[in-house]
Design a protein around this ligand. Structure first.
Ligand SMILES: *Cc1c(COP(=O)(O)O)cnc(C)c1O
Length: 455
């Protein structure tokens, strides 16, 4: 009998996060101050984040200890299980070995609590009483609401209006955990009011909701801002996933040939692959392939420009060197809400430029087809975001079937899709369509780049 599940004991959960920054073959481009164009200092960021997180953003340490209180909460659902997808392999009739690390067993149903808990902890420790944040479809909002409930912090979430209206369940989760959730654009901030004056029916965007949350935090002493992806410290917290996976792959006596994951801002997948990319950088695993999968409707890494841009729509955040579709980008209303961000984690973009990771865009209908295949074989109904990763894993397994190779594929499974039944219904009733973000629109959005000084 071949094993199906690889589980670590609670006592074997990693007790530090892995920091890629000192291991990068070339240093990561600096984050720039939007006013001066020079690199931001920790003090520039102090109105928004606690110093504990700011120091992680720039840290030269290879490993950073996970505080005891954070470990304690992690242990309520971690370590997560690594599964061997025997039944999917059989369904595909492939010689490939497919493994998946499932993050859907957290209280909020995805990988996002790995950073939400850490962020709430550092804010609480530095005396902050209240957090402002944004959410698209509600995955991040519900995760930070869960974390704030555990640390007794107040939370206000600006939720992209189209999702607020269409997806009440995640909002109700946030409210159950004690958060205040409003539709964005809202009348509560200047960024929101300006947008409502121009377009009262604006459906909102993640970039605009970020502007509202950043403004809220910057204008109140007792409040900090929290971001669920993209930034270095967020990716750092997610490396618990990859470190666990490494131990579990050892238990299974394999090392992956291919690692696949979906990318919105890049945090879940980076959390998985960063500990492995170290092996590639250091020459131990030169042939390891790392495939970042995104939607054709929001093709940040495959079609965006690698340039300095704002993280938000109103142009309030520091400038990040990243692949971007332009901060004015308003994404089409596809179902994978968590993958509809105009930018991408600078660390992933940098590794992509260095040729250490690949990128691929997949169309929406094919992702649901893959998700349904996965559900019928493995049982798990996956988040629409995760279905992008599953599509790529299945495609790689089918290539193995053609070539007869028995490659080992490791899939980063970011969460369940229990609140996305309407999306599955659209797919099952053949109402779902594909949307390729047109090249002219990419050009148009890029015309609004801030034009930062070359660095
Ligand atoms: C938010 C989310 C994503 C995308 O965010 P990343 O920062 O790229 O990981 C992917 N999957 C799920 C289930 C999510 O909730």
């Amino acid at each position: 009998m071949e094993r199906t599940k690889f589980r670590l004991d609670e006592k074997d959960m990693p007790t530090s996060w892995y920091n890629i920054l000192p291991d990068l073959p070339e240093p990561l481009p600096s984050v720039l101050h939007p006013g001066t164009g020079s690199p931001v200092t920790p003090d520039d960021l102090a109105p928004l984040f606690p110093m504990g997180l700011i120091m992680q953003e720039f840290s030269p340490e290879h490993y950073i200890d996970i505080p005891e209180e954070v470990q304690e909460i992690y242990r309520t659902w971690r370590p997560t299980t690594l599964h061997r997808a025997h039944r999917l392999e059989k369904a595909l009739d492939t010689p490939a070995k497919i493994f998946y690390k499932y993050e859907g067993t957290s209280q909020a149903g995805s990988h996002k609590p790995n950073t939400a808990v850490a962020q709430a902890y550092y804010n609480k420790k530095e005396g902050i009483k209240r957090i402002a944040s944004e959410t698209g479809a509600g995955q991040w909002g519900s995760s930070i609401a869960f974390a704030c409930a555990l640390f007794g912090l107040e939370l206000k979430v600006y939720m992209v209006k189209v999702s607020y209206n269409q997806k009440p369940y995640r909002r109700i989760m946030m409210e159950t955990w004690g958060a205040n959730c409003v539709p964005s654009p809202s009348p509560d901030t200047k960024a929101g009011r300006d947008m409502l004056a121009t377009d009262p029916d604006c459906p909102g965007s993640l970039g605009l909701a970020i502007s509202e949350a950043v403004e809220d935090a910057a204008t109140r002493e007792d409040t900090h801002y929290s971001l669920g992806s993209v930034l270095n410290h967020v990716l750092l917290h997610q490396t618990i996933i990859g470190q666990e996976a490494m131990k579990q792959m050892e238990m299974a006596n394999v090392y992956p040939d291919i690692i696949v994951g979906c990318i919105g801002g890049g945090s879940n997948f980076a959390g998985m692959f960063l500990p492995f990319v170290k092996d590639k950088i250091e020459g131990r695993k030169p042939d390891l392939r790392i495939i970042n999968v995104e939607p054709t409707s929001c093709p940040t890494l495959t079609k965006g420009l690698y340039a300095y841009d704002f993280g938000d729509a109103a142009g309030m955040t520091p400038l990040l060197k990243m692949h971007t579709l332009g901060h004015a980008f308003i994404p089409p209303a596809v179902h994978a809400g968590g993958l509809r961000y105009h930018g991408m984690a600078p660390i992933i973009c940098h590794l992509h430029k260095l040729g250490l990771v690949e990128a691929r865009a997949v169309p929406q209908v094919a992702t649901f087809e893959a998700g349904v295949t996965f559900a019928r074989a493995e049982g798990i109904i996956s988040a629409p975001e995760t279905n992008h990763a599953i599509r790529a894993a299945i495609d790689e397994a089918l290539k193995c079937k053609e070539s007869g190779e028995s490659k080992t594929i490791l899939l980063a499974h970011s969460g369940h899709g229990h609140f996305d039944m309407a999306a599955y219904e659209s797919y099952l009733s053949s109402k779902l369509t594909d949307y390729e973000y047109p090249e002219e629109k990419v050009k148009e959005a890029l015309a609004h780049l801030p034009g930062a000084p070359a660095a």
